[in-house]
Design a protein around this ligand. Structure first.
Ligand SMILES: CSC[C@H]1O[C@@H](n2cnc3c(O)ncnc32)[C@H](O)[C@@H]1O
Ligand SMILES: [Zn+2]
Length: 433
């Protein structure tokens, strides 16, 4: 058995307390063997990570993104969702080639590893390229092909739906089981009712979960209500799209009845505060969802609407915006934001991780607290929510493997990834003109 030890640090426990402890990992199994003060000496570790002066946290889980959109970072800003997608993003994405998705995804994963994210949920195109990037980089992911049927003829629309189901079947369990999949219709307004109904039934037969954008803007919600005299999530429920395996992105404009429905069905909601602010979509009622018992995770959404993939940034936004939205400084406190970005996200997307305890997945971010903006450290959980930046992460571990050691990413060639992404982004922009 190969043993990895994270020695000399303080550890964030599942109950959000912090204690001095070493973490001993069975790196072959990718599991935590033991957590305890001074236990490193009891194990003859093959590899040790110095965590002195550091806080060992569960690896963060970016529960909703489009990683390859790093290529479109800064491509189009300062517009609301609908015109941003229609006028800028979708025309650019129409020119995407598989190599672009590979390059953009590797850049996204590099950024995530550097900022302590060990798992992500991704909805995009050219999924085999995304799988290959996950395989090479060592992170975990729930992946899917995003379906849009509007403005397509029936044959093309059916092919898009079939691709999403086929990809979900083919790649589940890839990369030593670090890849899980889902059927991913883009949203309730961009995929037609018959397609949603039939494909959801097919997905259920094969035990494939669903992930889709829901209740993001009033422009998306209002037409559904007008056409159907029904709230969007009631419509989704009628189509069988809300189970405890499924998770929706955004949930900004949700009524109390919709929140109760999400809680009853066990469907996760992924809060994307930066994207919601940048596109002026609105403020999700996060504290009300938590109060109702909804599993809430945190996501960056794509880098074109954020504009980074730093989940520490995001969890701070979640805490801040949660207070503003509730007009209550006690709403979305530090513990709630940190839990949402770790255990909440992992549970919502159905990936292991999010907790440091014996037997849990060995996914960690080791945060160096020795920086001026982190002094003094009265309360480490407060720091995680309000003061830590992604660049404070010193080591990143996923599935018992060290992905970044002393700020050097070991699984990706950083220079090559950044250079390739720059080249692909430039040529994509030219092709999209
Ligand atoms: C069909 S693959 C995913 C699709 O989603 C687009 N997208 C990016 N950000 C958002 C968002 O905030 N709401 C809805 N859709 C979004 C992305 O550009 C892809 O086309
Ligand atoms: Zn999205």
């Amino acid at each position: 058995m190969n043993t990895l030890c994270l020695a000399g640090g303080r550890v964030l426990r599942p109950d959000c307390t912090v204690a001095a402890a070493d973490v001993v990992v069975d790196s072959d199994a990718g599991r935590v063997r033991a957590v305890g003060e001074g236990i490193a000496a009891d194990y003859d570790a093959d590899e040790t990570l110095d965590a002195e002066g550091c806080l060992v946290t569960p690896g963060l889980v970016n529960a909703h993104t489009h990683a390859a959109m790093t290529l479109l970072r800064g491509y189009a800003d300062d517009k609301p969702l609908d015109s941003w997608l229609r006028e800028d993003i979708w025309p650019a994405e129409a020119a995407l080639e598989p190599e672009d998705v590979r390059a953009g995804t590797e850049l996204g994963i590099l950024e995530m590893i550097r900022s302590g994210t060990t798992a992500f949920a991704d909805m995009y195109f050219e999924v085999p390229e995304v799988v290959a990037a996950v395989e090479r980089s060592g992170v975990r992911a729930r992946l899917g092909h995003g379906v849009v049927t509007v403005a397509k003829d029936d044959e093309d629309a059916a092919a898009d739906v079939e691709e999403s189901l086929a990809v979900a079947r083919e790649f589940d369990g890839a990369a030593d089981d670090r890849v899980r999949t889902a059927f991913m219709p883009h949203s309730l307004t961009t995929v037609g009712e018959a397609f949603l109904r039939e494909a959801t039934a097919e997905a259920r037969e094969d035990g494939i979960p669903l992930h889709f954008h829901a209740n993001e803007t009033t422009d998306e919600v209002d037409p559904i209500v007008e056409e159907r005299d029904q709230r969007p999530l009631a419509y989704a429920d009628e189509l069988g799209m809300l189970t405890d395996e499924d998770f929706v992105a955004h949930g900004v404009h949700v009524t109390d009845d919709e929140i109760a429905l999400l809680a009853e069905r066990g469907t996760g909601v992924i809060h994307c505060p930066a994207s919601n602010m940048k596109l002026a979509s609105g403020i999700a009622p996060v504290q009300r969802m938590l109060d109702a018992g909804v599993t809430v995770g945190v996501g960056t959404d794509g880098a074109a609407s954020n504009n980074d993939l730093d989940l520490f940034d995001e969890l701070r936004d979640a805490a801040m915006l949660g207070k503003l939205g509730a007009e209550d400084a006690a709403a979305v406190p530090a513990e709630a934001a940190v839990t949402a970005a770790t255990a909440g996200s992992a549970d919502a997307v159905g990936l292991p991780g999010g907790r440091i305890e014996e037997g849990a997945a060995a996914d960690f971010a080791v945060v160096d607290l020795d920086a001026p903006h982190l002094a003094p450290a009265h309360d480490e959980v407060s720091h995680l929510a309000y003061a830590v930046r992604g660049s404070d992460v010193r080591h990143t571990v996923c599935d018992g493997q060290v992905l970044m050691r002393d700020r050097e990413v070991l699984t990706l060639d950083e220079e090559r990834v950044v250079e390739t992404a720059r080249e692909r982004a430039a040529s994509l922009a030219e092709r999209a003109e």
